[in-house]
Design a protein around this ligand. Structure first.
Ligand SMILES: [Zn+2]
Length: 394
């Protein structure tokens, strides 16, 4: 897989790329460097936020984090579109249908903008889309609930283009348990992959569908690691050591991920990045609403009620995201860290990274932090593309 997009302009840039970054080269150079990268975001919820509800993402939208013009502005080349279905709202009998309806909506959007974006099913098609100047769209199904415990349903979603399945969202399934539930009980009883769960993992490995372990409980995580024959993806999670939340990975899990050869995509949600986020929100909320402040609201509901300027003040500093990247690189290695922004699935993202158009800022920050250009290329896209390929059948 190529490291950089190979158009003549970029080839020229590649000569520059071998030199170490000089901050005095200024913003222009960082932005040109970003344009030359293949940028892959491994997790975005715009299907839920805008596409399925019927908004036209071909036009710049006032709401949400994502639309095609802003993806272009952000230099995003490959976008994973998450298909998500709340377990409680769409129980068995409805969840698989809901997943298919979301894929229908994504396909309709892609068909409406054939010059802008293409739905791709393997790394070869990624390259073809990029060569044609299009955004490559990959489907990621976020939640094993949508296969309704059926390998046949899994195969249908694979045929439609799903290239990862996040085994759980925040609820347990008959065949696998979730971090949100596992983390609440200390006993190991009833946790992990069932026999049927093992059959599903085996089938995913055979099909060439990445096993995504974001949201998945610790016991389930290790159960998968013990049997998977392919590198796994942790599409949108961070380091527990820096932010102790059940959605983040503990050091021992990171060590297991390194051994497996998998990839973790860093999540942009302030609440998964910054231990100070909730307290900052509570403080700003109380300060702003005074006597009218409600004690009953969760920090995130309080956040939503704050005026924009105060929300921006509450957001995690960009530095927090960089600290997670540094830490993950240290623990798992430079070949195993990627981006899984979670845009449109999160309320608060780091300061300056307000939507998908702002990805160049992250590249610039990594350059300033002293990352080598080839290493930035890995984090911003190559690592994700590598495990996509490693999961594919030849
Ligand atoms: Zn998620």
């Amino acid at each position: 897989m190529k490291l950089f997009k190979l158009n003549p302009k970029i080839l020229g840039l590649m000569a520059v790329c071998t030199l170490s970054f000089d901050v005095s080269m200024g913003q222009q150079s960082a932005s040109d460097f970003h344009k030359g990268l293949i940028v892959v975001d491994g997790h975005n919820d715009v299907i839920y936020e805008s596409i399925f509800p019927g908004r036209d993402i071909g036009k710049r939208l006032k709401q949400g984090h994502t639309d095609l013009p802003r993806l272009r502005e952000g230099g995003v080349d490959v976008q994973v579109f998450a298909v998500w279905s709340d377990d409680k709202k769409f129980p068995k009998g409805k969840a698989f249908k809901h997943a298919n309806a979301q894929i229908d909506a994504l396909e309709a959007m892609v068909n409406k903008y054939p010059k802008e974006i293409a739905l791709v099913k393997n790394s070869k098609e990624v390259q073809l889309a990029l060569d044609a100047g299009k955004i490559a769209a990959i489907i990621g199904v976020e939640g094993g609930n949508m296969i309704e415990s059926s390998v046949e349903n899994l195969e249908v979603l694979y045929k439609r283009g799903a290239r990862y399945l996040t085994l759980t969202w925040n609820y347990n399934l008959p065949w696998v348990t979730a971090a949100a539930i596992e983390s609440k009980t200390s006993s190991d009883k009833g946790k992990g992959l069932s026999e049927q769960g093992k059959v599903i993992i085996k089938r995913m490995n055979e099909l060439g569908m990445m096993v995504d372990l974001s949201h998945v409980g610790e016991k389930s995580f290790y159960d998968v690691m013990a049997i998977t024959t392919k590198p796994v993806l942790v599409s949108h999670s961070n380091a527990y050591a820096l932010m102790p939340h059940y959605r983040n990975l503990k050091d021992q899990q990171l060590a297991a991920l390194k051994k497996n050869g998998g990839v973790i995509g860093v999540n942009f949600y302030s609440g998964f990045l910054d231990p100070g986020f909730n307290d900052r929100v509570k403080h700003l909320y109380k300060q702003h609403f005074g006597a009218q402040a409600s004690d009953k609201l969760s920090p995130i509901r309080q956040y939503e009620r704050l005026p924009l300027a105060l929300r921006r003040k509450a957001d995690a500093p960009l530095e927090k995201l960089l600290e997670h990247i540094d830490y993950l690189v240290k623990k798992v290695g430079i070949d195993h860290v990627a981006i899984g922004s979670d845009f449109d699935g999160i309320e608060s993202s780091p300061q300056g990274l307000e939507d998908v158009s702002k990805f160049p800022l992250l590249t610039e920050a990594l350059l300033k932090r002293g990352y080598a250009k080839t290493d930035i290329a890995k984090i911003m896209g190559q690592n994700f593309l590598r495990i996509l390929k490693e999961n594919e059948n030849p």
